[in-house]
Each structure stands twice: as structure tokens, then as C-alpha cells.
Design a binder for this molecule. Structure first.
Ligand code: SF4
Length: 525
């Protein structure tokens, strides 16, 4: 969308004209040549299109086709730098190297380690960076039990929102005696403002696949499915390419690396329904049925896909697995806080200077994320952050609450009625109307309700009507009471997580911005 492909084509043309060989890639021996590669997302979306010069590590921002000639001349032929394309902070300091830019320097990248650095369509580049070594270690140096123990020791928690301990889930599947078991990856990211999983699948698909193979070895499952929405065509293409490449090198299929272990992997494309992120709806959709949640138990670990025991984790969770297996649980636990170890990727959007994709240790404060990495609030003062998408809540700074200095982790957020969700962070300045924000999310949830149960199907509709009345000047104080009553009933009685958390944005905005709701209603007294 930013025009990167035109820049790629122009650079290729210029380098060819200059007589340099453009056919190299990372796996080649260094020689008098220059390679150009399309990488996945670097995360610094606000500054795109981005161009990185290797091995110098120089990052150019907001590159245009017209800049290519100067880049080839200065950076490639003369080994210099094009000053005007470097990132400059608000004080005018310019940064040559990507890693020195505050946006990157303050981050810790584990799941996103290779995103933006390797050609996502080259398995050789992934292997050159140490890829698939964790699979080899899991196959030849570990048992299923010791893999599960390592993941349990690391206390890796599901990055899709629930925060359930991954090791515990894998142990439950390993215990099942059924011959057929499945490993399923949830790549059905559907929250407005979230694009973490998409970037990982597009930028480093082999890492996720490696995590899934390890889950298969750990739970003695021989079949895997990646459930990815069809609205992510580049992710689907890169995953297909990656699966084919892994198969051709004997990393997927029968008798992986001669170990006797077999693992087959398929992609299943979803039609983009938010509810299909829910485990039982997701497995129903893969089976070819309408994606609707069912009553639990039985749980997915006992009767999941095709009624068989199933490990279901999201993209980011699987992307953490290879590093934990290679470097160990103790290494992983050096990041984050107790029982909230490791890192978390967030999609930083809204009224913030540096929108983009970031990864920080669990427990990093919102202040650090917004001001040090995000470069501060855009267009006004900080008002609130919506965290966790339509199921989450807002974090604020006012006389009674200082959420800016609160650690961002599963447990701390739960205490204030919010949730990490899959990691969407929408920053709002003081010009944002919080009732509008609540209506936006309710409109989304109401549209996405599958309609199976009455509280969610009817309740979200009524809540949306009440919010619309308030926003359009027809609201009364009774509307507010009704909203609160409905919120309580829906969350107590809805069948699945979508309905249970549908009212969260309304509840948290009423809690922190009641005055704003009152200002909208007609009978203020
Ligand atoms: Fe469907 Fe909503 Fe009921 Fe979930 S809570 S089953 S999305 S109607």
C-alpha cells in the first residue's frame, strides 16, 4: 500500500544498470555483488516505506521511487549515507543505524526477531539464522515429556488473549490416549487495530511452523492445521511457500530428518468472522461447518478438531516456542515479571506518533510504550488507551487512576478490568469522545455476534441502540442504567467469550468517563 514494490523494482533496475550482480541472497558467499530482498514488516509503519542497507544496518524512512538513484549512488556504490532519509527525533537528532532509533532500541524482540530482516520466502535464510535447530533438538535430544516440561518451566502463556499456560495445555493433550491428535494454529486475528499475527506470518512464517512441529513432537500429534483468514492473502501465500519448502527439505511430512516422527501440515482459510477466533468455532470452521461456538466441556484438549485431542495456540505463542527450546526456560524467564514471563507484541495505533508493531518484555509500562517507543501522543494530551480490542477495556490517567505507570501483563490488567487480548493498543487523545469509542466497539461486536445465544444476539443489539441514542442526543439517564444492567446480564449469560466480554468497552468507559456519558444525555439533572 505504501508503494514498496515500485521502490523494489526501481532499485533492481538501477543496480542492474550499474553492472552489479543482483542475484545474491544471504546464503551466498560475500562477493562483489548486491542483493535486494523483500522482507516482512519492520514494525515502524508510520515511517514506511522502509529500506535497510546491510551489513551497515542503515535504515531509510519514507523512501520514494525518486530517492532510489541517490540511495544506489551514495549508499551502495560509495558506501555512504543519504542524510535526508534518516530518522530524526523531535530534538533533531538523526540516527544512522536502525537499532539505535528509540523505537527499536527500547524493544526486546523474540517472536519478531527476524521480521524485517530475512526474506520470508527463503527457508535457507531462516536456517542461516539458526532456524529449525530447535526442531532438531526436540527430535534428537529431548522426549515429549521433557519438551512439555521445558515449556511449562518457561511459564509461556497463550498470547491470543486468554493467557492460559501453554505447557499445561500441551501436557493435557500429551496425556490423551487417542491415536489421532491435532495441532492447530489460530491465525484468525480479527480485532480492529491488531496486526501482530499477520506480520509474523508474513515476515517469518518458518518460525511459527517450527513452533507447531515442536508442539506435535511434544504432544505426539501428527497433523497440524493453520487457520488463517482469507483476508490475509500475503500471509497465506508465504505460509504455503514455507510449507512447501519445509516439506522439500524433509522438515515436514513422513520421517522428519530421519527421526521416525511424521508431521503433516495444512492451511485452512477462514472467511474472516471474528467469532472464529474462539476455539470451538474455529475447529468447526476447519471441519467445514458454520463457525459457531459450542458449550464446553468437552474442552478442545480432549475433543477438539474432528472430536480429537487438539493443541490450539495462536501465532505469537508458537513463534516463542523455538527460542525457548533452544535457549531454555531460564533464559525466557529473564524477561518479564513473575508468572508473566517473556515478551509481548503489541500493535500500536491511534493518536500516537510512531504507530507500528512493537515487542516488549511483559510488564513494561504503558508510559514507556506510548512515550519512549511510540514517541508520544499525537494531536493533544493523553486521554486513554483501548487495550485488547473489542473484548478489552480502557486504561486512563486521572485523579484516581494512573494506568500509565502500571505494568502491562496478564495479571495487572485483569485487576483493573482490562485484558491484554491479542495485543491491540489504540491510543486516544483528549479530543476523542469515549462514548463514540464504546459505540464503535459495540457496533463491531454486534455485527460479529454469531447469533447462537439470545443474550449476545439480542443484548448487543439493544446496547448498540442505547449507545446510538446517547451519541445522537436522544439519551436519558435511564439509558445509562439500562446499559449497565444489560452489560451485567450479557457477560453472565452469553455462551462464549465474544458475548461475555462484548460489554467490556462500555463498562470501562462508563467507569472512567461517566461525566462524558452524562454530558451527552438530555436529562442531565
Ligand atoms: Fe454466538 Fe455471541 Fe453466543 Fe458467542 S456469545 S455463541 S458469538 S451469540
Amino acid at each position: 500500500a505504501g508503494g514498496s514494490l515500485n521502490i523494489y523494482a526501481r532499485l533492481k533496475e538501477l543496480i542492474e544498470e550499474s553492472g552489479l550482480d543482483v542475484s545474491v541472497s544471504l546464503e551466498d558467499e560475500p562477493h562483489e555483488a548486491v542483493g535486494i530482498k523483500k522482507s516482512g514488516c519492520h514494525g515502524f509503519c508510520e515511517m514506511g516505506p522502509l529500506l535497510r542497507i546491510e551489513p551497515a544496518g542503515v535504515l531509510y524512512i519514507k523512501v520514494k521511487v525518486e530517492d532510489c538513484e541517490e540511495i544506489v549512488e551514495q549508499s551502495i556504490i560509495k558506501d555512504g549515507v543519504v542524510e535526508r532519509l534518516l530518522y530524526k527525533d523531535s530534538e533533531g537528532n538523526s540516527y544512522n543505524k536502525q537499532e539505535d532509533i528509540p523505537f527499536y532500541k527500547q524493544q526486546t524482540r523474540v517472536a519478531l526477531e527476524h521480521c524485517g530482516h530475512i526474506n520470508a520466502e527463503s527457508i535457507n535464510e531462516y536456517i542461516a539464522m539458526g532456524g529449525y535447530q530447535a526442531v532438531a533438538k526436540a527430535l534428537f535430544d529431548m522426549t515429549s515429556e521433557s519438551i512439555v516440561d521445558e515449556i511449562s518451566d518457561s511459564y509461556l502463556r497463550g498470547r491470543g488473549g486468554g493467557g492460559f499456560p501453554t505447557g499445561k495445555k500441551w501436557a493435557q493433550v500429551l496425556r490423551q490416549t487417542e491415536e489421532t491428535k491435532y495441532v492447530v494454529c489460530n491465525g484468525d486475528e480479527g480485532d480492529p487495530g491488531a496486526f501482530m499475527d499477520r506480520s509474523m506470518m508474513e515476515g517469518d512464517p518458518h518460525r511459527m511452523i517450527e513452533g507447531m512441529i515442536i508442539a506435535g513432537i511434544a504432544t505426539k500429534a501428527h497433523y497440524g492445521y493453520i487457520y488463517v483468514r482469507a483476508e490475509y492473502p500475503l500471509a497465506v501465500h508465504r505460509l504455503e511457500t514455507a510449507i512447501e519448502q519445509a516439506r522439500s527439505l524433509g522438515l515436514l511430512g513422513c520421517n522428519i530428518l530421519g527421526s521416525g516422527f511424521s508431521f503433516a501440515l495444512k492451511i485452512s482459510q477462514g472467511a474472516g468472522a471474528f467469532v472464529c477466533g474462539e476455539g470451538s468455532a474455529l475447529t468447526a470452521s476447519i471441519e467445514g461447518n458454520r463457525g459457531m461456538p459450542r458449550v464446553k466441556p468437552p474442552r478442545t484438549v480432549e475433543k477438539g478438531l474432528f472430536e480429537k485431542p487438539t493443541v490450539l495456540n495462536n501465532v505469537e505463542t508458537f513463534c516463542n516456542v523455538p527460542s525457548i527450546i533452544l535457549k531454555g526456560a531460564d533464559w525466557y524467564k529473564t524477561y518479564g515479571l513473575e508468572k508473566n514471563y517473556g515478551t509481548k507484541a503489541f500493535a500500536l495505533t491511534g493518536n500516537v506518533m510512531n504507530t507500528g508493531l512493537i515487542e516488549v518484555p511483559m510488564g513494561t509500562t504503558l508510559r514507556k510504550v506510548i512515550y519512549d517507543i511510540g514517541g508520544g501522543v499525537k494531536g493533544g494530551e493523553f486521554k486513554a488507551v483501548q487495550i485488547g480490542g473489542p473484548s478489552g477495556g480502557c486504561l486512563v490517567l486521572n485523579a484516581e487512576n494512573d494506568h500509565l505507570d502500571m505494568p502491562l501483563d496478564f495479571d495487572s490488567l485483569k485487576k483493573v478490568g482490562a485484558m491484554i487480548g491479542s495485543g491491540g493498543l489504540v491510543v486516544m487523545n483528549d479530543k476523542s469522545c469515549m462514548v463514540e469509542v464504546a459505540r464503535f466497539f459495540m457496533n463491531f461486536t454486534q455485527n460479529e455476534s454469531c447469533g447462537k445465544c439470545v443474550p449476545c444476539r439480542e443484548g448487543t443489539k439493544r446496547m448498540l441502540e442505547l449507545l446510538t441514542d446517547i451519541v445522537e442526543g436522544r439519551g436519558t439517564l435511564e439509558h445509562l442504567d439500562l446499559l449497565e444492567e444489560l452489560a451485567e446480564t450479557i457477560s453472565a449469560t452469553a455462551l462464549c467469550g465474544l458475548g461475555k466480554t462484548a460489554a467490556s468497552p462500555v463498562v470501562s468507559t462508563i467507569k472512567y468517563f461517566r461525566d462524558e456519558y452524562i454530558a451527552h444525555v438530555v436529562d442531565k439533572k
